[in-house]
Write a protein that binds this ligand. Sequence first.
Ligand code: ADP
Length: 579
Amino acid sequence: MSSFQTQSVHQPLSWSVFHQVANLLQQSVGTDATVLTDTQSSERFVLVASPSFIALLQATMIDRDRCKLNLDFSPETIAKFLAHLNQSVPFVLQENKSYLQSEFTLRLIEILSQSANYSAIQHQVEQERLINQVTTLIRHSLNLPVILETAVHQVREFLEADRVILYQFNFPAPSCLLEGEVPALDPATPNLDGITYEARSSDAIPSILNLMSEYSATSLKRLQAHRQTLSDHQKLNSRSTVASLLNQPTEIPIRAELVTPIVVQDELWGLLIVHQCQSVRQWHDREKILLQRIAEHLAIAIYQSKLYSELQQQKSTLEQQIIDRTQELRDTLIAAEAASLAKSEFLSTMSHELRTPLTTILGMAATLIRAFQDTNHILTPQKQVEYLQIIQERGDHLLALINDLLDLSEVEAGKMILELQEFSLSRLAQQSIQLVQGKADAKQVHLSLELLPSGDQSTRDFRFQADPQRVQQICLNLLSNAIKFTPKQGQVIMRVRVTGGTAILQVEDTGIGIPLEQRSLLFQKFKQLDSSYHRKYEGTGLGLALTKQLVELHGGTIEVDSTVGVGSRFTVFLPLPRD
Ligand code: ADP
């Protein structure tokens, strides 16, 4: 901002002007600023310094009534002056904020214009006013299109030019045009650039808005040939820049052209271009400087808007991340709560299931011991056998329960290894039926086995390859459940069938059935559909979970079909091993 640094008034002025400017300076800084003055001697001065505004006003006496004024805003000059006075300030001296400088200049010009008839000053007032308007717009708006549109119109009006345009480069490495080589562009992906904003004095001036040019290597070279023009304002007065860039030199009659680059963070972002079409025009230095200052402010606005949109982008990404993370946490929490609920339900069921047979075992054992020790306590041999049978039965039940638990944890840990071998599936089904026959008889449930397709014994001896112990476990679990949940006089049928490449095991009962809404819980471990403490049917809620795991370990699937009050049908599909 070198244009801010000194302002000298060559005409003699009255001392009252010096005092007015001195007052203005003191008003331009806050009360906590450093103010040094000497208003008595022939070389008078006022120095004001705050972190955002610094100035040194010096007056040289001409005679008793008149003086010459000099204003300096350069941090170096002010630092030297302070050193000369043996003074210092508690902050770093910096160039003035541009809006403060503009405001000060406007008021200074008002003072000067009242004291003398400065026609030249009028122009400067307008110029400062324009810059002030642009900077105010930039400070108050983040809407870049509005800022650019307004600036282009204001500049045209101020310069009374025929046309002002903003030529924008979209290609990613425009800095090469200022510094170095023409990049090797991929011809398949040409970048566009063109005129994005325009202001015209009247409709008689043809519009070139939205005129786009595709960057070919040739036009890049041509632009590079203008490199000097872009960096040297004296040479910017070339009427061919845009015309040659657009490769349409004859279609746009331009008599005079003033071009200023807009450089954002060392990258050539675009060009601010003024056209005179109807007459030849010589550009004044102050017009070139004005255009340059406007371009500098626009560069700030463009950078601000880029930062803002990056910030917005980051903000919305962060917001989305927070939403996703919150949802994840909520899901995890729900899953954890469900797991913890299932676990405590399981613990209470398990302790009940373990304690009930154990209490019976301990009670029976204590009664037997007492009978042996106490002669008054007589127990008939039949009773003794009965008690021992109960102990054995409950012990077996406990063992089965613990085995289920261990098996399930083994499958879940991925440690269960299947011992595959060939065996007769029909025989395995018959053995399973025999094993649960006692239970069925005790409940008066009719138990039967259907081997399909039916035929004589030899054709029904289905050979199968799997882990026979685990397949039997599957059959026993399904059969036990079917018997357990089927009332007296009910029926349980087991069907074994081999069709296509699949072995099908089916257990159908005429039991209580499973409500539709509870079916999804069936194969979850620790889930019993009736989990109330005093359940009617004993069990752990592990049988079906383990069954499903064993079926899947064999590469098979399990399905359930049930009607409440009518019965249930569990079907297991096991793939036949390939030859
Ligand atoms: P449990 O040891 O409690 O039988 P399972 O995992 O084998 O555990 O079964 C889970 C639940 O599914 C049972 O508590 C019961 O409510 C229901 N269920 C399983 N098989 C049947 C069936 N054949 N008929 C009706 N309900 C059944």
